[in-house]
Design a protein around this ligand. Structure first.
Ligand SMILES: Cc1cc2nc3c(=O)[nH]c(=O)nc-3n(C[C@H](O)[C@H](O)[C@H](O)COP(=O)(O)OP(=O)(O)OC[C@H]3O[C@@H](n4cnc5c(N)ncnc54)[C@H](O)[C@@H]3O)c2cc1C
Length: 402
């Protein structure tokens, strides 16, 4: 009740303030929701012609779960929770090596956690804001110019917006970052890997339902998940010296070249991709490292500011957390937007720093440098199932979340 009264009070104080958000991904939609809840008039511009609901699994626990709770998303997300599922580690030909039962993961992560397809998180956010803010698809930002106390934003459709706050939530290859902070190579730290993920139209018949299989070999991981119709998905990551060549090749040929030798559900998944290549999220893996995430009234949020990469398993959670904290900092600092952005950045930096470091360490789990590393990783996964070790893992996860 108290929170609602505070929100109403804040609404009265700030009503009519204008924010423009670039990017209708997780960070952008979450920022639009949080700002709207505080009474801002929000315009969201998204370059893609329609919603982008693809992607693999995202985990919300720790601060990410708490942010989803504060944003009021838990009721919409809970029915979409995949829950805990059995993971089967497989040989290259698809034969089972060993399995990690769902109960083991559940005991390690605890119950304040959600496992979701990225698309389901995007849908829940879109559902929460679609009728409340002005979302313009097929539109991007062309120019940004500060004016006194505002920012003038020129859009690709020729429209010009005067806005008090510009949020660049346009992902790792952010245009807002390029326009306001400088070219991508100044901030993009290549991690030497590619990532591909796409939904599976039909379930993989020879995989039991409710199971995800994972192949981990030197320099690469392939995972396919069979959770039934419209709930199945594939994920790939691999080491590569030249991401530019892979991107030029395109998702289907590049992933087929890197994983076409694998059996199990992988071959079937790659065939499905070849039939619908546009369904894939396919990109090089790189972190964004910046000294400052804001300049005057322009702020970067999510991957645009601090991409932690897939190896952190935490990009969506940080996007929600960052959007929620941004709203809190703006509410606490009234009209003084630059001070609010400073306070926001100070509160968030330690978490981002920690997750980027964890991601760099995590690379060897997804793309082990050698067979010995593959073997050592498997040993660790088997050990997780021992009751004493399970407690250690749980404590390590809790430490990462605090
Ligand atoms: C379709 C899709 C699938 C993904 N799948 C995975 C996955 O399987 N695994 C994983 O680790 N990460 C995935 N990601 C990235 C993941 O969503 C982010 O790391 C994380 O959620 C942080 O979100 P974000 O909103 O900052 O960035 P993103 O989710 O990348 O969202 C950025 C949004 O901005 C839009 N945009 C980009 N440039 C412009 C522009 N110039 N003007 C206007 N809009 C622009 C994009 O179309 C996108 O909608 C995916 C991203 C997308 C868009």
């Amino acid at each position: 009740m108290e929170a609602r009264e505070n929100a109403a009070l804040q609404h009265a104080k700030t009503s009519g303030r204008r924010a423009t958000v670039v990017g209708a991904g997780i960070a952008g939609l979450a920022a639009a929701l949080r700002l709207h809840q505080q009474g801002w008039d929000v315009v969201v511009v998204e370059r893609a012609p329609t919603r982008r609901s693809g992607g693999y699994l995202v985990n919300l626990h720790g601060p990410g779960y708490a942010a989803a709770e504060r944003l009021g998303l838990i009721p919409a997300l809970t029915p979409r929770d995949i829950g805990f599922f059995t993971s089967v580690l497989v040989h290259a030909d698809g034969r089972e090596k060993f399995r990690i039962p769902a109960a083991v993961t559940e005991a390690a992560v605890g119950n304040r956690a959600l496992s979701l397809f990225r698309g389901d998180l995007e849908s829940a956010l879109y559902g929460a804001v679609a009728d409340l803010v002005d979302i313009r698809f097929g539109t991007t930002v062309q120019a940004v110019a500060p004016t006194s106390g505002e920012v003038a934003v020129t859009l690709s459709d020729g429209d010009r917006l005067q806005t008090e706050l510009l949020v660049g939530a346009d992902g790792v290859h952010s245009r807002v970052r390029e326009l306001v902070f400088g070219a991508e190579p100044e901030y993009f730290v290549d991690q030497g890997h590619m990532v591909g993920a796409f939904p599976l139209e039909t379930v993989l018949e020879h995989l039991p339902k409710g199971v995800g299989t994972t192949f981990i070999g030197p320099g690469r991981t392939a995972a396919v998940m069979n959770l039934g119709p419209e709930r199945s998905s594939a994920f790939f990551t691999y080491r590569c010296p030249d991401p530019g060549t892979e991107l030029a090749l395109g998702a289907a040929p590049a992933l087929t070249r890197a994983f076409g030798d694998l059996g199990g559900g992988v071959a079937d998944a790659l065939h499905q991709l070849a039939a619908d290549p546009d369904s894939a999220y396919f990109d090089s893996v790189g972190q964004i490292v910046m000294d400052r995430w804001s300049h005057d009234r322009v702020v970067l949020l999510g991957d645009a500011a601090w991409c932690v990469t897939v190896f952190a398993g935490y990009g969506a959670a940080l996007a929600l957390d960052g959007a929620d904290r941004l709203g809190a900092a703006l509410a606490a600092n009234g009209d003084d937007i630059p001070t609010a952005l400073d306070a926001w950045e100070t509160s968030l930096r330690p978490e981002v720093h920690k997750r980027q470091a964890l991601a760099r360490k995590g690379i060897s789990r997804f793309a082990p440098p050698s067979r010995t590393h593959v073997w050592a990783g498997e040993l660790m996964l088997r050990a997780i199932q021992l009751p004493g070790i399970r407690g250690l893992v749980r404590r390590a996860i809790q430490r990462a979340n605090n």
